[in-house]
Design a protein around this ligand. Structure first.
Ligand code: 0X9
Ligand code: ZN
Length: 757
């Protein structure tokens, strides 16, 4: 939120950008003010007079469209403001004149001006005519006013390719987004066979480009109100649903509005609007959809999931380097600063957004790009900036296209760190699509100790898609960087992460309990004596499948898990939870010796049958007094991720919730309270590990190269870094103080010649 306000500081043309009211089509009698409300109260008072141009206004500096005759009342409020323009309409008119001039210039490219709905459709048709072998017209569906939402599929044919979707202009006024979408289609089609990168991207990916998701709104922004955002739904006393709040994932939270007059009006229900509803059906029919970018303007951001919650999204370790690689490709083009990060954390909460749906409901990585600028011109980016904006954004999109083709996933058994002094197995999945294959012997895992120096290679063995490698044993306290790499058949080098490395700390982990739930290890049903459920109570059993319950436990070589009555019964509702809650608790663990402890488990929770979530969440509580009192560590649901069944992995950092004592327990509670619904849960493969301090093994203190002998090779590692400042624990920093110096040398020399045990 704050960053959004700051970027809006010099916004000239947002004008009615985020106005909440009916649409004052002409802004002649409006002034553009920069006002700085310091409290919600002040903001409310100013909002009575004019309209904030923030989409989700809060206190802080922002632009206001202020009727000229409201200025005396504003003066009375004694709030600081500054007049940026006396007549807003003149700014809009000037931008229009500039674009009209560019449109009528002869001999220039399509991307030197903004174009109408009809012109963009005609241009897409001309691209199909140019390369009918590559481009096929698509019609996603029809709008409220009956117009077609059109796009292009760009594909060189063949089955099972990864697909990437580019959508733009759910928001009518964000014209450069539509131009950029059209540019992406243009380049993929016209540069195919000319530019080798694009040729490869078209050969190996099916591209779906829909540059104009909201034609009714777009036309309205040409004819009537340049700053129109939503679609053209008649809400009764107002117009428009924000299509980017209308998608059925995470819909209806704090990041949208229930009021039709607001710019972020979510609509009466998910997919109430034909534009989003038909688009979702269209997307559901795209085979093998790997990734999606929804183009918007403005703020120069690459935004990743989630938008609807500030919680970390699944696949974060994959997304974080990818969003950075895209951002770097964009910024690397002309130096335009872009920022990358999860949408809700980087910008603001927004729920029911399209990329959350493609990610949460379709499993495709869903991004938002907010294109140029940061508010100097805002939505009315001068036409001269279309080409550079689209060119740099397309470079980010290419990174995503590459990523979607050959995917490497590094999977470590211990995601929180590498256990010390152990050979660590690493699984790498490489998913090649269609005509991509992995060049023989090209798959490898690379690692180094610390963050300087060359990477050592470990070969990956196995057959696609499953490879594995073993990392050598490391010393507690060291920090290891790894990445995986493979070469595709066409020579493209793919790495995971796409840029940068995964950094892992070598840690001293004690497994306190590793429980496949196959035997009774002392868990307790109804530990607090407060359970009320009459059916579907927790039991250790081999579950039988229903639409809400797993067919099998989670353990590969096991059958039993905790389940809320494992029987299937006559119908889905026969043995599900009814009439209250059911709970189980772990045995008591002594974690008092550890600075940190992580409990991990696999959980199945399904409460979304009958087409709707119940109001009942799944609760995970921790206790440090054997269950006398409990602290909530995690609540799953009642709606959103993790509530639709399927085995999902969770980790609870216990020390974040209670002080670690010798009486640590976890409790799992699930309920079906009134109204009665279908609720099922299961839990398996519970593990609790304590993170102990590093204890330097005797005699090994000088073994900088981890070959189990302290010798000349270690000495040369130390001497080559002598005198430098390093990440503590890097090779040569034997006492972990961040300096390679005489103290380290004396540690090494006193162990010289010894063999490690
Ligand atoms: O609010 C939106 O829909 C997007 N911004 S815009 O100014 N183009 O309207 C941003 C959506 C990104 N998602 C989140 N911030 N959660
Ligand atoms: Zn937008």
């Amino acid at each position: 939120m704050q960053s959004r306000i700051n970027t809006a500081l010099f916004l000239i043309t947002a004008l009615a950008a985020c106005t909440a009211t009916a649409d004052p089509v002409n802004y002649t009698n409006y002034k553009l003010l920069r006002v700085e409300p310091t409290s919600q109260k002040e903001l409310l008072a100013i909002t009575q007079l004019g309209e904030s141009l923030e989409c989700q206004p809060g206190p802080g500096p922002q632009l206001f469209a202020m009727p000229a005759d409201a200025i005396p009342a504003l003066d009375d409020l004694n709030i600081k403001y500054e007049i940026r323009a006396d007549n807003l309409q003149t700014l809009i008119d000037a931008a229009r004149r500039e674009n009209d001039a560019a449109r009528t210039e002869r001999g220039t490219s399509f991307f030197t001006a903004y174009h109408t709905y009809d012109e963009i459709n005609a241009y897409m048709a001309s691209l199909v005519a140019l390369r009918p072998d590559l481009a096929t017209p698509i019609v996603v569906g029809a709008t409220l006013e009956g117009r077609q939402i059109r796009g292009l599929k760009i594909s060189s044919g063949g089955a099972n390719k990864p697909a990437v979707l580019i959508s733009a202009m759910q928001h009518a006024r964000e014209w450069v987004a539509g131009a950029t979408g059209t540019f992406v289609a243009d380049q993929l089609i016209r540069q195919e066979g000319i530019d080798p990168t694009i040729t490869s991207l078209v050969a190996n990916v099916d591209w779906y480009v829909v540059p104009m998701c909201n034609p009714d709104g777009y036309i309205y922004s040409w004819t009537t109100n340049r700053l129109w955002r939503k679609n053209r739904r008649n809400n009764g006393t107002s117009f428009g649903v924000d299509l980017n709040r209308n998608w059925a994932f995470g819909w209806g939270g704090a990041g949208s509005s229930g009021s039709g007059s607001e710019e972020t009006y979510r609509g009466p229900q998910p997919f109430s609007e034909p534009e989003s509803e038909t688009f979702s059906t269209f997307i559901a029919g795209i085979p093998n959809l790997k990734a999606h970018i929804d183009l918007h303007s403005y703020s120069q951001l690459v935004l990743s999931p989630w938008g609807w919650t500030e919680d970390t999204s699944p696949r974060r370790s994959e997304i974080a380097p990818l969003e950075l690689a895209m951002r770097n490709a964009i910024t690397g083009t002309f130096g335009t600063p872009y920022t990358a990060g999860p949408a809700a954390q980087t910008l603001y909460l927004a729920d029911g957004v399209m990329p959350d749906w493609t990610f949460g409901a379709r499993g495709a990585l869903g991004f938002t790009y907010e294109l140029r600028d940061t508010g100097v011109n805002g939505f009315e980016l001068p036409p001269a900036q279309i080409l550079p904006t689209a060119t740099e954004a397309f470079n980010g999109i290419k990174v995503l296209g590459q990523f979607a083709q050959l995917k490497l996933t590094v999977d470590l058994a211990e995601p929180s760190g590498l256990p010390e002094s152990e050979v660590v197995p690493v699984n790498v999945t490489i998913t090649p699509f269609n005509n991509y294959t992995i060049a023989p012997d090209s798959a490898k895992l690379l690692y180094r100790i610390g963050s300087v120096g060359a990477f050592a290679e470990v070969p990956l063995t196995g057959t696609a898609p499953n490879f594995s490698a073993s990392l050598p044993p490391f010393e507690c306290g060291q920090s290891i960087e790894i990445f995986a790499q493979a070469q595709a058949s066409d020579g493209t080098l793919v790495t995971d992460p796409p840029s940068g490395v995964v950094t892992l700390d070598v840690i001293n982990l004690d497994t306190i309990l590793d429980d496949a739930i196959e035997t009774d290890t002392g868990w307790v049903i109804n530990p607090s004596g407060t359970d009320t459920a009459t059916t579907g109570r927790w039991e250790r059993a081999d579950p039988t499948a229903t639409a809400a319950q797993p067919a099998d436990d989670h353990t590969t070589a096991g059958t039993i898990c905790w389940v809320t009555d494992g029987r299937a019964g006559a119908g889905i509702g026969t043995y599900d939870i009814d009439n209250g809650r059911t709970s189980i608790a772990t045995p008591v663990f002594d974690m008092s010796a550890y600075p940190a402890a992580t409990a991990s488990f696999w959980l199945w929770f399904d409460n979304d049958n009958n087409g709707t979530n119940t109001s009942d969440p799944f609760l995970i509580d921790v206790s440090n007094n054997a269950g006398a009192s409990w602290t909530n560590a995690r609540t799953i649901g009642p709606s959103g991720p993790g509530t639709g069944g399927g085995w999902l992995y969770y980790e609870i950092p216990v020390q974040n919730f209670v002080t670690l004592t010798n009486q640590i327990r976890l409790r799992f509670t699930v309920a079906d309270n009134t109204p009665a619904e279908i609720v099922e849960a299961a839990l398996d493969d519970f593990k609790i590990v304590g993170l102990a301090d590093c204890v330097p093994p005797p005699g090994c203190a000088g073994d900088t190269n981890a070959d189990s002998a302290v010798d000349g090779a270690d000495l040369s590692v130390l001497l080559s870094g002598f005198g430098s400042t390093v990440t503590p624990g890097s090779p040569g920093d034997l006492n972990n103080d961040g300096n390679i110096d005489g103290a380290d040398l004396s540690v090494l020399l006193s162990a010289f010649g010894s063999t490690c045990t």
